[in-house]
Write a protein that binds this ligand. Structure first.
Ligand SMILES: C[S@@+](CC[C@H](N)C(=O)[O-])C[C@H]1O[C@@H](n2cnc3c(N)ncnc32)[C@H](O)[C@@H]1O
Length: 304
């Protein structure tokens, strides 16, 4: 970390958050880190009930560890849940976490977790029992889209919840391409339940998630955004699925074509994209007699 790469900024509701000067991005603008993480991930992904229902470990992938606001807010929310929680955090740098650790008093969300953060920064791993939860937390440092395409994925338990918090697609396109989300979806076998939440509600993102093979729905407001996005491997975990009205708008969108490359641009959806959307089981009445009617990135949704 270069001195001055990160700074603290105060958002509209008075909370402090981290800003990357180099990337020109504020981590949790408007409502600040804790409120955003609670609305976007803790409540929307129903972390406590799903952790309770999941046999064995409940696995959370924290994509874009950054200053650890999301993950620490989630862990705090799970303290009273009698469950084994595993968090796998990903980032290509631990510098924002080290910076945030040094500013923990003003940031205010580290309470009780300084030891865990120090262990993560020193050893890349930390485990503890707190309240009724048993936690293992690991950090993976490297380029996440590259890692997703590597055999290393086989060494990490598959997620039940994904907190997707990259910088914006314009600033950070590699994290929002169709190959990236397809690689994520393909890791999950039939029957594996996983839901992902993210702050964007853009047509570009939603089309990308659908073409990657997820079921996709409108997510709740966060204070900053009036709507966000939830994607899941199981339609039961999408409470407000996108429907025909959204599909109609996507058809006319000027930015509905997924990015195949990590280079930001906006294009209307191509004919192939529109046809793939039409075939998505989310928009097609299901034939209960057709055993091939299943949604999986490796099957019918795999449009080159
Ligand atoms: C908005 S910040 C995350 C904030 C964080 N979730 C928190 O709660 O404090 C986005 C993070 O994504 C990371 N990032 C961006 N591109 C990445 C990539 N290609 N691979 C891994 N991490 C990446 C950045 O280093 C940054 O820490």
């Amino acid at each position: 970390m270069e001195p001055g790469d990160y700074e603290l900024v105060r958002v509209a509701n008075g909370a402090w958050t981290v800003r990357s000067r180099r990337d020109g991005e504020t981590f949790h603008p408007v409502v600040g880190p804790v409120e955003e993480a609670q609305a976007l991930y803790v409540r929307q992904l129903d972390l406590a009930s799903r952790a309770l229902e999941t046999p064995g470990e409940f696995v959370v992938w924290d994509v874009g560890l950054g200053a650890a606001a999301n993950v620490l807010t989630a862990l705090r929310a799970l303290e009273d849940t009698p469950a084994r929680i595993r968090v796998e955090s990903f980032d290509h740098t631990l510098a924002p976490l080290a910076f945030a650790r040094s500013e923990h008093e003003r940031l205010g969300y580290f309470g009780g977790y300084l030891g865990a953060v120090d262990a993560l920064l020193e050893r890349g791993e930390s485990s503890w029992t707190r309240g009724r939860s048993e936690v293992t937390w690991r950090a993976h440092v490297g380029d996440f889209p590259d890692w997703l395409q590597s055999p290393e994925t086989g060494r990490v338990p598959l997620p039940h919840a994904v907190l997707w918090d990259a910088y914006s697609p314009a600033r950070n396109p590699a994290m929002w391409t169709l190959p990236t989300f397809r690689a994520l979806r393909r890791l999950m076998p039939d029957g594996h339940r996983c839901a992902l939440a993210t702050y964007s509600r853009s047509t570009l993102l939603r089309v990308t998630l659908l073409l990657a093979g997820f079921w996709v729905g409108a997510g709740s407001a966060t204070g900053e955004k009036e709507e966000t996005t939830v994607a899941a491997t199981d339609p039961a975990w999408v409470s407000a699925p996108l429907g025909k009205a959204w599909l109609e708008r996507a058809r006319r969108s000027t930015s509905g074509e997924p990015m195949a490359e990590p280079s930001y641009r906006q294009l209307p959806p191509s004919l192939a994209t529109l046809q793939a959307l039409e075939r998505h089981p989310q928009f097609t009445p299901k034939d209960p007699c057709d055993p091939s009617d299943k949604l999986f990135a490796g099957d019918g949704m795999d449009m080159a």
